[in-house]
Design a binder for this molecule. Sequence first.
Ligand SMILES: Cc1cc2nc3c(=O)[nH]c(=O)nc-3n(C[C@H](O)[C@H](O)[C@H](O)COP(=O)(O)OP(=O)(O)OC[C@H]3O[C@@H](n4cnc5c(N)ncnc54)[C@H](O)[C@@H]3O)c2cc1C
Length: 322
Amino acid sequence: MRPGRPRTPQVSGTPSVVGRLAPRSDGTVPFSVEFNPPKDMAAEARLWRAAREFERMHPAFVSMTYGAGGSTRDRTARVTGQLARETTLLTVAHLTAVGHSVAELRSIMGVYADSGIRNLLVLRGDPPGDPLGQWHKHPEGLEYAEELVRMVRDLGDFHVGVASFPQGHHRSPDLDHDTRQLCAKLRAGAEYSITQMFFDVDDYLRLRDRVVRCDPAQGAKPIIPELMPITSLRTVQRAEELSGRALPAPLLARLERAAGNDPEANRDAVREVGIEIATEIGQRLIAEGAPCLHFITLNFAKATTEVLVNLGYSLASAAVQV
Ligand SMILES: Cc1cc2nc3c(=O)[nH]c(=O)nc-3n(C[C@H](O)[C@H](O)[C@H](O)COP(=O)(O)OP(=O)(O)OC[C@H]3O[C@@H](n4cnc5c(N)ncnc54)[C@H](O)[C@@H]3O)c2cc1C
């Protein structure tokens, strides 16, 4: 079942993510990229190199995750603001409820609004240190992302997206419960969702069907699939953390075959297979009518660019170094 094209609310004339989901001028499906907050100046320089590379390829939007504590948080707000002000990239800031009072959340939104950011991906966040650990709401904070969606919408001028989970969120008792909570977030005012990364496209299609069955009006809102090119056996572990699931055995077997007895010597072969796998996932998603492909980049442009080229995108800058 393919969702129809949704209506796009206007917020102060700022482009919204949904407003950027029309096919690109060459007919290809839009793509977008996710960055992570840099931890130090060297990482910040790398992020900027990737951002400038992507800027030339005209992604629909870029998003910046939000996490960790202390100085990284300050750096996150500063760099996200700079991306919005100093590039042509439509910048989405992730906003998480975890560890914050309502007053702090309002203040973070104020910082983003001052930088001209009008698109937020609204999330609950995970307990710091151990994503699977016990969840404790901040005493003056919020329990669920749905409440934060309402708060952000009540405060006014923001376009809101939320997270969705093709295989269900790890705290959901079952998929029906999980789908009902996603529909509640969408009804609260979210315009679209971005999925947790996955390896089996059927899981994405089943999620899409579940949302349509749960609430046809919310099923018309875009569900943007997230994918990540695997570039080494080490990134398998990162991919598994981000997807919350083990890599399917046949995919792992392909990577391990390429690695043979010497993963270090065969790292180019492993990388090639990783790019091939992401390309296959992208091809199927495009064939199934996904509204956009959202890439986890780990602040590198090269692997995502290779996948896009394999998928037939003609990009202004295909010979990317980082
Ligand atoms: C695309 C994407 C980007 C992300 N970016 C970040 C990031 O930048 N920083 C970060 O820290 N984390 C990030 N996360 C991780 C996310 O914060 C965690 O997965 C978190 O555990 C769930 O967040 P949520 O917004 O889906 O929470 P919620 O929607 O609040 O759901 C959390 C759990 O509670 C259940 N639930 C929701 N409402 C109710 C209710 N009313 N009654 C009973 N149960 C309910 C849900 O079914 C689910 O099991 C991201 C996840 C995705 C998919």
